[in-house]
Design a binder for this molecule. Structure first.
Ligand code: DGL
Length: 281
């Protein structure tokens, strides 16, 4: 199947908003030759409050859009969409292994590094409601004790630029103080927005708990899948590609905070294109 694709084609990445940029950044850092096309579904953010059916439909449509942009791989850089839409996207695109979700690599990491320990997961209501982390971890380590807490205020708070301040620390401390999370050995940040508040979460625990930012784990997984399919781009991008095409960002609804965050994330000028894929057809 990978014979249909070439290493020079871009990697498509999507999330409801800026969260998936944490994954996009980790991928471009690890794989600087790769071109990326990012889609932030800001018109439908937050996914965490939507029905599984709605998220599945958004995911199929976005994957379809990324496929028309010639992507060789699509990374669902959103836990909520990975939980609700992964299987449907694999089916609708026919891209099998080249559709990557963010949950499987994180579950594999935690089982390898925290076998039979107490693992906390914080994520959106939809991700926690799907029980996806507990199921995936249990399939690899049936003895692991997985405790899950929905933290619905965090993604919208981060999307609005509230992090590394007193307000965010108070909200974070109040969630992490819930008795459910007592005595955990590791905490999975089960939402791609949360790496932006990792320092604040780590501050709450000190060194006693490994706070797991899954973006680098996912980037490693992306590399392994591309290698397996001989699709890793080994050629350095030309100046022309670097100037125009190395990173393309689309959003379904223009938001200032998205543009600001993309600039901060990639330390360069970001051209944001608004693209309402729901009205186009
Ligand atoms: N960043 C997304 C995730 O990983 C969700 C944020 C939202 O609720 O839209 O689940």
């Amino acid at each position: 199947m990978s014979i249909d694709f070439k290493p020079s084609q871009p990697i498509g990445i999507f999330d409801s908003g800026i969260g998936g940029l944490t994954v996009a950044r980790a991928i471009t850092k690890l794989l600087p030759n790769e071109q990326i096309i990012y889609f932030g579904d800001t018109a439908h953010m937050p996914y965490g409050e939507k029905s599984a059916e709605a998220i599945k439909n958004y995911s199929i449509k976005i994957a379809d859009f990324l496929k028309t942009k010639n992507c060789k791989m699509i990374v669902i850089a959103c836990n909520t969409a990975s939980a609700a839409g992964f299987k449907a996207v694999v089916k609708s695109t026919g891209m099998k292994d080249l559709i990557v979700n963010v949950i499987d690599p994180a579950a594999a990491y935690v089982v390898k590094n925290h076998y039979r320990e107490k693992i906390g997961v914080i994520a959106t209501k939809r991700t926690i409601g799907s029980n996806v982390y507990a199921k995936r971890i249990a399939s690899l380590d049936p003895i692991a004790d997985v405790v899950q807490l929905a933290t619905p205020l965090l993604a919208p708070m981060i999307e609005e630029g509230f992090y590394n301040n007193k307000i965010s620390q108070t909200i974070i401390n109040s969630y992490l103080s819930k008795s459910k999370l007592n005595k955990i050995n590791a905490l999975i940040l089960g939402c791609t927005h949360y790496p932006l508040v990792k320092n604040e979460i780590q501050k709450f625990y000190g060194k006693s708990v490994e706070v797991i930012d899954t973006s680098e784990i996912v980037a490693q997984y992306v590399k392994a899948v591309l290698e397996k399919h001989y699709l890793l781009n080994l050629t350095k991008p030309s100046k022309m590609i670097l100037a125009n095409k190395a990173k393309q960002f689309f959003v379904s609804d223009f938001t200032q905070s998205f543009e600001e965050s993309s600039k901060i994330f990639f330390n360069e000028k970001v051209k944001l294109k608004q693209c309402n894929i729901w009205e186009d057809k």
